[in-house]
Design a protein around this ligand. Structure first.
Ligand code: URA
Length: 189
């Protein structure tokens, strides 16, 4: 059985798509390898590319604030992205790039075995939950696949652009907290 560390080492050498040519660092993912709750974003931005850590820029600061509302922090969860290398100028990752990269996330998820997956934004929700996911109407809805509960909330970068969506996200976070209390046994919040 492969370990998360072995998987990370292979991923750091990945050249499966053209994004490897422009990256500074692969952003594999961080957090608790035994997390029951996994957050999945879209792809690294500039700060993440420079540091190799997900969600360290402005959106990351807001994500930390959002987590603290429900007594979560990065030691209790795991955070990863759909694509591990920064798309130039922060454009949306192409389907071909997502296809090339998704195997890493699948293997990561198989090792971590989360009970709950929270997609951050439309791109992750369309890839993980359903291709016709509409973030404005479907955020906060719950889905289930292979015994894993899944939901999506607005991406923190979207909340920075449009703070009017924050009250809805607060409600989604409180629902997430309720779900964690219901299905998780080792996540104390
Ligand atoms: N946005 C994302 O989707 N992921 C990151 O890691 C940073 C910003």
């Amino acid at each position: 059985m492969e370990s998360l560390e072995n998987l990370r080492e292979s991923c750091l050498r990945c050249d499966r798509c053209a994004l490897h040519e422009t990256r500074t660092n692969v952003v594999f993912g961080v957090g608790n390898p035994e997390a029951e709750v996994m957050f999945i974003g879209e792809g690294p931005g500039e700060q993440e590319d420079l540091t190799g850590e997900p969600f360290v820029g402005r959106a990351g600061k807001l994500l930390d604030d959002m987590l603290s509302i429900i007594d979560l922090d990065r030691t209790k969860i795991y955070i990863a992205n759909i694509v591990k290398c920064r798309p130039p100028k922060n454009r949306d990752p192409l389907n071909t790039e997502q296809d090339a990269c998704i195997g890493w996330l699948r293997r990561q998820t198989a090792l971590i075995k989360p009970k709950i997956i929270v997609c951050l934004g439309r791109i992750a929700a369309m890839r993980i939950i359903t291709p016709d996911f509409k973030i404005s109407s479907d955020h906060g809805c719950w889905y289930e696949s292979n015994g894993v509960k899944m939901t999506a909330i607005y991406h923190p970068a979207a909340l920075l652009r449009d703070p009017r969506r924050r009250p809805e996200t607060f409600i989604d976070l409180k629902e997430l907290q309720r779900m964690i209390k219901m299905v998780c046994t080792r996540t104390y919040i």
